[in-house]
Design a protein around this ligand. Structure first.
Ligand SMILES: Cc1cc2nc3c(=O)[nH]c(=O)nc-3n(C[C@H](O)[C@H](O)[C@H](O)COP(=O)(O)OP(=O)(O)OC[C@H]3O[C@@H](n4cnc5c(N)ncnc54)[C@H](O)[C@@H]3O)c2cc1C
Length: 707
């Protein structure tokens, strides 16, 4: 990233090469400073209004808590602006800071010619509340951008002693010096580490080492094909994973964990490391549902999905990942779902179930599954498919991002990539190949295709997200929602409501303090502090995931980075309301004392007695129905990106044909979640991997037509 100066004299980031942010990571003290002094002062004031210094009383009697700026939260945000956010995002963020402290902008936006920094602390709180609830979508998203960053960083950054000063009060142990890891915590296969520009030739270049890419690379490698695999993220060295939410989010997640839809209405969690999503995910293994496979075969013409060959693909993936239900211990966060379902008389095995997981020898030893497994117990693809690929001669380059594809006419001929060395130097890498497999995930794959000029109809047009929100039940006992195996219980009762093919399912989510605090609705700084200190450890993080009929889009900005848009349709909103209500019903039946949602204007209903009365539950349902689900009126998440380059028999509807090849291109295949013709209605890893095995057969047939 080159530096230049703006007219105002503030350093400005020159437009970088059209690749995403490279290796995530930001910390104060870097060389690049983007903000002008005035902007910096406003940022500091907003941080401290959102998370003020406070002297808290019971139960943490006499405890004082630092202001966000005492922890350097403002400087962390500035660092994120400089190194992680896109040019467009950083520009918009600076504009937001300027408008907060500009009388004219405030007059136009709110009818009052105020300056944020001149307001009293009560005035600043009111000002922020007005932005949170504004009728203007831009004000709501402006509020969310600040609130989420401050919420996350306040509870994640290290204090002067190297430990976040709030953790003790939360009851969060932080970096427990756990028994030293006994297994390998990553892939220890050799990779190519260029120290100068590099040119390679191969039969196939696979882009991305996640669920799809690692399977394809392994299958082709074992069939004797000469494969080069490039992966944008790093391959963590054995022993280098640390039990720390901030450090690992930065190292292993796309855009250092700061990725979201353009309007910020959906926070997007995607991986950027060896193994992709399989390395950081929560190990829920669910087979593709039969009705979904029938739909993909019947309505989209993808033959064979209901037959024995594909069933074998699923079985083989299941075996390779070591999926079992011996490691599905129920921590309190999962136990409350289980207890609620039992209390409601739901049928075990039909309405709710134990989740099988790809964990072997885990024994619930630590609380950091979402950040790679230090004990080598999570059977992510570095330990199976990538290891096999390497053993069969596949050459691998990590920290190497495919920037664009090269082609001659409609035939793809190679990949232009950039390798970033561990010392921070960058080198161009060029790979010439007969076939290219795009497996960067359903957000990055369409972005790569679009910036390479493949604008085949439908690329990026039908992104499916399984939009997700959380309901928290507060219990009398500790839940410690960060601790233990992340997901071991699933509620499937509502997956196919009235035979519509749409519905929702319910699971637990592991929530470390940063993630929980950024999600927790903000009323005022003091209350947010109190909530975290007094209630976080007793709250469940229970999520509802929709198979909604809607779809979003992936386009690219001027830097070539993905721009994602997604809005719930009317029926998606109806499903979300029902999903929140049913989740609340389960948590209430499990003994929650209160129920809360992630609406910006939080719904919170408390039971007065030991059990919920009908009136109390109805009050929760009614409040949920009455809230808007418009953009940034509720926090939505997604970690399930699929469908952005759908596969299908009809060229009019599907840019990828049933063999996995991109139409209008020769030698270009897509083998990741992008190809799903509709949302899979289960956590997608197993389905993506099975589909990738199927794609590998087509690629082999393309390369060796007579074999
Ligand atoms: C926190 C979290 C929890 C999850 N939990 C579960 C779960 O429990 N069960 C489940 O079934 N699913 C889960 N998922 C989802 C699942 O992991 C993903 O759906 C799946 O990994 C997606 O597979 P993919 O091949 O499409 O992409 P990914 O696995 O995301 O792989 C894409 C890879 O490509 C790389 N890449 C992208 N662009 C480029 C480029 N231009 N050049 C080079 N490399 C590139 C990325 O760095 C990444 O490593 C979870 C996901 C997350 C983030």
């Amino acid at each position: 990233v080159r530096e230049s100066r703006t007219e105002e004299g503030a350093p400005r980031r020159a437009r970088p090469d059209p690749v995403a942010s490279g290796l995530g990571g930001f910390a104060p003290g870097g060389p690049t400073s983007l903000l002008r002094p005035e902007e910096r002062r406003t940022l500091r004031a907003v941080c401290d209004a959102l998370a003020p210094a406070a002297f808290l009383t019971a139960p943490a009697q006499g405890e004082s808590t630092p202001a966000a700026s005492d922890l350097g939260v403002d400087r962390w945000i500035e660092a994120a602006l400089a190194s992680v956010m896109s040019f467009r995002e950083a520009k918009a963020f600076r504009r937001l800071l300027r408008s907060l402290d500009d009388r004219l902008a405030n007059l136009l936006l709110s009818g009052r010619p105020v300056r944020f920094r001149s307001l009293t602390s009560a005035g600043q709180t009111k000002y922020l509340q007005q932005w949170r609830d504004s009728r203007l979508a831009s004000k709501r998203s402006g509020f969310q951008s600040l609130k989420r960053l401050v919420g996350f960083l306040y509870y994640a950054v290290p204090g002067p002693e190297g430990v976040n000063p709030s953790w003790a009060a939360l009851g969060y142990p932080g970096e427990v010096p756990a028994a030293s890891p006994s297994g390998s915590d990553g892939l220890s296969v050799s990779s190519i580490e260029p120290d100068r520009p590099l040119s390679l030739e191969a039969e196939v270049c696979v882009i991305g080492s996640g669920a799809g890419g690692s399977v394809v690379a392994s299958e082709l490698g074992q069939a004797g094909i000469d494969v080069v695999l490039v992966e944008a993220g790093e391959q963590p060295e054995p022993g280098s994973l640390v039990p720390n939410e901030l450090a690992m989010t930065q190292r292993l997640y796309d855009a250092a964990g700061l990725f979201a839809t353009r309007d910020l209405s959906v926070q997007l969690l995607g991986a950027r490391c060896a193994g992709g999503g399989t390395f950081v995910n929560w190990m829920t293994c669910l087979r593709p549902p039969a009705p979904v496979l029938r739909e993909w075969e019947g309505e989209h013409g993808i033959r064979g999905l209901t037959g024995p060959e594909f069933a074998q693909d699923v079985d083989e993936v299941w075996r390779a990942l070591g999926v079992n239900d011996q490691e599905s211990q129920r921590n309190p966060n999962n136990e409350v779902i289980w207890r609620g379902c039992r209390a409601l008389g739901y049928r075990y095995g039909l309405d709710y179930d134990t989740i099988a997981r790809n964990a072997v020898g885990c024994r619930a030893r630590c609380d950091f599954c979402g950040f790679g497994c230090r004990f080598g117990c999570k059977r992510s693809t570095p330990l199976n498919y990538l290891a096999r690929a390497r053993a069969s001669g596949v050459r691998m380059l990590f920290r190497t991002e495919a920037v664009r594809l090269e082609s001659s006419g409609s035939r793809v001929t190679g990949v232009q990539a950039v390798h970033r060395s561990s010392r921070g130097a960058s080198f161009p890498v060029q790979i010439r190949a007969r076939a290219i497999v795009a497996a960067g995930g359903a957000v990055q794959t369409p972005a790569l295709l679009l910036r390479s000029g493949f604008r085949t109809r439908g690329v990026g047009r039908s992104l499916r997200l399984h939009p997700t929100t959380a309901v928290s039940g507060e219990f009398a006992h500790d839940i410690r929602p960060w601790a233990g195996p992340p997901q071991t219980v699933v509620v499937r009762r509502f997956l196919d409501l009235e035979g519509s093919g749409t519905g929702f399912w319910i699971e637990a989510a592991p929530a470390h303090p940063g993630l929980f605090a950024m999600s927790l609705p903000w009323t005022n700084g003091l209350e947010h502090h109190r909530w975290m200190r007094e209630r976080y450890r007793r709250s469940s993080a229970t999520i509802v995931l929709l198979r909604d009929p809607g779809a979003g889009t992936v386009r690219i900005d001027r830097e070539g980075r993905p721009l994602v848009d997604y809005a719930l349709t009317a029926s998606g909103r109806a499903l979300m309301i029902r999903g929140i209500q049913e989740t609340g019903r389960i948590l209430a039946a499990a003994g929650a004392r209160s129920l809360g949602t992630l609406h910006a204007d939080r719904v919170e209903v408390r039971a007065m007695g030991e059990t919920w009365t009908n009136a109390e539950l109805t009050a929760f349902f009614d409040a949920v129905s009455a809230r808007s689900l418009g953009s940034n009126r509720i926090l939505l998440f997604s970690a399930h990106f699929t469908g952005s380059c759908p596969m299908g028999a009809e060229a009019r509807k599907a840019p990828v044909d049933p063999s996995g090849a991109l139409r209008d291109a020769e030698g270009l295949f897509v083998a990741d979640g992008s190809v799903f013709p509709s949302a899979p209605a289960v956590n997608p890893m197993i389905t993506i991997m099975a589909m990738a095995r199927r794609a590998a057969r087509s690629i082999l047939a393309y390369l060796r037509p007579r074999a």
